[in-house]
Design a protein around this ligand. Structure first.
Ligand code: SF4
Ligand code: SF4
Length: 405
C-alpha cells in the first residue's frame, strides 16, 4: 500500500482529525448512513480511520514504539467505500458541535484515495470524458447547444455573439441530459424577454471542473479553468450566471483561488439574478395557483449560503401558496444526487431521494421547486419510480411559466 501524502490536507484539517469527540451527532443526520447503516459511511468512522492511518505513519506513541504498520488493502478499501458513498451534502458539518468542516475534509480524503489507487474505477471514465470531450457525459463537445434545437426562436445570445454583458454558463447536466434541457430553454427565454444582453459560450463552454474536484481529481481541472475564464473574458462580460449551484460555487470560489487573481466579473446563481430582475422591476410575474414546496440544493444552501434568494423569488409570485418541508435551509435533507454517488451507487441515490420525496409529499404541495439541475433529475426520477403525482420544477421554469409578456 503506498504511503499517505498529507499534503492533500491543510494544517486545520489535520487538527480536525484529533478534534472529533465521537459524540455521534453527525451519524444521526447523515442521509446515506441512515439508508444503509454501514459504519464506514459515518463521518466519525472516516475521521478515525484516516486519523489512525496518519498516526501509524507519522507518529503517535504506539507507532513510535512498534514501528510503522501500513494500512491493509482491506481497511483502505473500506475507507474508500465510505468516503465515496457520501453525497458531500455537508449536513454533518452543520450539526458537529466542534465545528469540523467535513465536506472539504472528505474531498481531501478522496484525493488521497486517488493517489493510492483505491477509488471507484468508474471515476476514470468521468476523467476520460471530461478530458476528451470537456463534459461529463462523453457526448461530442460540439453538441453543447443540443437543448436549443427545438426552441421556436433561438435567441441571438444562443446562436453566438462576440460580446455580451451577461454570460449564461449552462453546465454539463442541463446541456446533455434531456430531462433538464427545459432549464436553459426557460432561462434564455426569460433573458430574451427581459432584453438582457446575454450570450452562452456554445461549444466553448467546458465542464467547470466540479465533478472532477469532488472525485478527488482536481489536478485534471486546471486546463478547464484556464479555458473557461479566457472564453468569458473574451466576451467582455460583467456577470456570469449559472443555474447549477455546483458550477456557481466552483466559479465563485475555486476559480479565483486556482488562478490566484480575481476573475474580473461577478458570478451569480440564477436565483440571485432572478431576484434582482424582480426587485428592479425588470420582470413582472403572473399568478400561480398550485401549492408548492422548495428543496434547498446542498451546494446552493449549505455550501453557497443562499437560502433567501430562491424563497424571495417564490414569494414574489402573486397568489402562490408556499409550504416548507420539515427539514429546510442548513438542515435540509440532500436529494441524494450529489458527491458523484450516482456513479458509484445508484441504489443509494434512490433511497435518499425517496426519503426527500416523502418529506415533500408531507407538505401536500403539488409542485416541488428546486434550483439545481441535478436535484431536478434526481427528484423527478424519484417521483416516476415511486409513482408520486408531484411535478418537479426548477425555479427558472416556474418564473418562465408565470412571466408576463
Ligand atoms: S457530507 Fe452528508 S452524506 Fe457525507 S458524511 Fe456528511 S452527512 Fe453523510
Ligand atoms: S459530530 Fe463532529 S465531533 Fe461528533 S462524532 Fe461527528 S465529527 Fe466527531
Amino acid at each position: 500500500m503506498p504511503e499517505l501524502d498529507l499534503s492533500h490536507f491543510s494544517f486545520k484539517q489535520l487538527m480536525e482529525l484529533d478534534a472529533c469527540t465521537r459524540c455521534g451527532e453527525c451519524v444521526k443526520w447523515c442521509p446515506t448512513f441512515t439508508e444503509v447503516e454501514r459504519d464506514e459511511i459515518t463521518p466519525l468512522d472516516k475521521i478515525h480511520t484516516f486519523g489512525g492511518f496518519a498516526k501509524s505513519q507519522y507518529g503517535g506513541f504506539l507507532a513510535r514504539l512498534f514501528g510503522y504498520r501500513p494500512p491493509t488493502e482491506e481497511s483502505v478499501a473500506r475507507w474508500s467505500k465510505g468516503t465515496y458513498d457520501c453525497t458531500l451534502c455537508g449536513r454533518c458539518a452543520v450539526v458537529c458541535p466542534v465545528h469540523i468542516d467535513t465536506r472539504p475534509l472528505w474531498i481531501a480524503m478522496r484525493e488521497q484515495l486517488v493517489d493510492m489507487g483505491t477509488y471507484p474505477q468508474v471515476m476514470d471514465s468521468l476523467r476520460e470524458n471530461v478530458g476528451a470531450n470537456y463534459n461529463i457525459s462523453g457526448d461530442p463537445a460540439e453538441d453543447r447547444l443540443i437543448w436549443s434545437q427545438n426552441l421556436e426562436v433561438v435567441p441571438e445570445g444562443v446562436r453566438g455573439k462576440e460580446q455580451a454583458e451577461v454570460v449564461y454558463f449552462i453546465g454539463c447536466t442541463a446541456s446533455f441530459y434531456p430531462m433538464t434541457y427545459v432549464i436553459p430553454q426557460a432561462f434564455v427565454h426569460i433573458l430574451e424577454k427581459t432584453g438582457v444582453d446575454f450570450a452562452t459560450m456554445g461549444p466553448e463552454e467546458w465542464c467547470c471542473g466540479f465533478p472532477l474536484i469532488i472525485a478527488g481529481m482536481s489536478e485534471a481541472t486546471r486546463a478547464l479553468i484556464a479555458h473557461n475564464v479566457a472564453a468569458v473574458r473574451e466576451l467582455e462580460a460583467k456577470t456570469l450566471v449559472a443555474a447549477c449551484p455546483s458550477c456557481f460555487h466552483t466559479w465563485e470560489h475555486t476559480y479565483p483561488e486556482v488562478l490566484g487573481e480575481p476573475l474580473g466579473f461577478e458570478v451569480k446563481h440564477t436565483t440571485q439574478y432572478l431576484e434582482e430582475l424582480i426587485t428592479d422591476g425588470r420582470i413582472k410575474l403572473g399568478s400561480f395557483d398550485r401549492p408548492v414546496t422548495y428543496h434547498d440544493p446542498c451546494d446552493l444552501g449549505r455550501t453557497g449560503g443562499i437560502y433567501d434568494a430562491p424563497r424571495n423569488v417564490i414569494r414574489a409570485i402573486p397568489g402562490i401558496e408556499f409550504r416548507e418541508m420539515a427539514e429546510i435551509r442548513e438542515y435540509a435533507l440532500c436529494c441524494g444526487g450529489g458527491g458523484d454517488v450516482e456513479m458509484a451507487d445508484r441504489d443509494l441515490v434512490a433511497a435518499v431521494s425517496k426519503r426527500r420525496l416523502e418529506q415533500a409529499q408531507a407538505t401536500e404541495a403539488q409542485v416541488i421547486l428546486s434550483a439545481c439541475q441535478q436535484c431536478k433529475r434526481t427528484l423527478t426520477t424519484a417521483t416516476r419510480r415511486e409513482k408520486v403525482r408531484m411535478r418537479v420544477l426548477d425555479l427558472v421554469e416556474l418564473v418562465d411559466r408565470v412571466l408576463e409578456e
